[in-house]
Design a protein around this ligand. Sequence first.
Ligand SMILES: Cc1ncc(COP(=O)(O)O)c(C=O)c1O
Length: 355
Amino acid sequence: MIGPRVQEAALSLAGTPAYLYDLPALDEHVASVRRALGAIELYYAVKANPDTELLRVLAGHVDGFEVSSAGEHAHVTALFPDMPVALGGPGKTDAELRLPHHRLHVESPNELRRLLATGLEADVLLRLNPDLAVEDAALTMSGPFGMDADGVAECLPLFGDRVRLRGLHTHLASGLAAPALLELAGALLDSAYEEVNLGGGMAVSYASPQTRFDWAAYGAGLAGLGAGRRLRIEPGRALTAYCGYYVTRVVDVKRVRGQAYAILLGGTHHLRTPVTKGHDQPFTLLSTGKGADVDGQVTFVGQLCTPKDVFARNIETSVRVGDTVVFEMAGAYAWNISHHDFLMHPKPEFRHLGA
Ligand SMILES: Cc1ncc(COP(=O)(O)O)c(C=O)c1O
């Protein structure tokens, strides 16, 4: 379901496709997250969406930004030279290890040795890949990320006055609800470290857009667990997913061997999220069409020459050529993770509501 502000903007678009970002909605959402977290520090994981106008809204609420490359670092520090930056990510180059930061998330003992070889000062959190069972996650960040207990032990004697150990960093999984994240946090906080960054990964349900992560329970739970420590989190998706919309139009409808299709301008080269996550992207259909129609279980596809170019499958509806389709929850891992140049179709327009 979209609100009147987004509906009006979607209907006013002459040429589609377009991304709409509802900045007042983002402002309200992040302000409520901030309130729920109390003294817990909140960084935004820029990888979720580095759009400049979104970052400007977020900067009014967050304590800092988490960046994962020299590119994100340059983007954020040019916009907000005075805001703290935590630099993370696997496979940092020597140039990245030399970048100024508030915190550097070190991923391996060898990375720490290369950091020491720069001769520069650094404030480090060691990224821990903990031996904890993670259930019901959309994506578990095990594998090559961070270090196990042996890797951490190898790092500890290397610290000194110039390269200082501040604490631990971890990002356990994506898509966990507050109780599961709190359980994992409880296991992790059973350590002597005074500063801990618990990462992001707060659940976002594309199947049930009204179901939201319980920030109040998470904030209260962390406050109880973290007494006397400096705690930080760095969510991405759960902050920006809801403020973004991808608006497009039906260009053709048809039936192929009984299956109904609506073919939309644009495609998953603009909005790759449903393919990446294997879900139906939620949408609102606006009846602006006057052309041919199709109904029943309709599959919504784009203009790409690949069977993977699917936004949503077998949705019970009725669609006309010329109808406007407003895909919701397109504010995170959407445009910025998509393969924009495949087939060289035009790029979408970008509109920021309330800017
Ligand atoms: C280290 C780290 N921090 C934060 C995030 C943000 O996660 P999410 O957008 O699921 O909150 C990610 C995502 O992959 C990550 O790898």
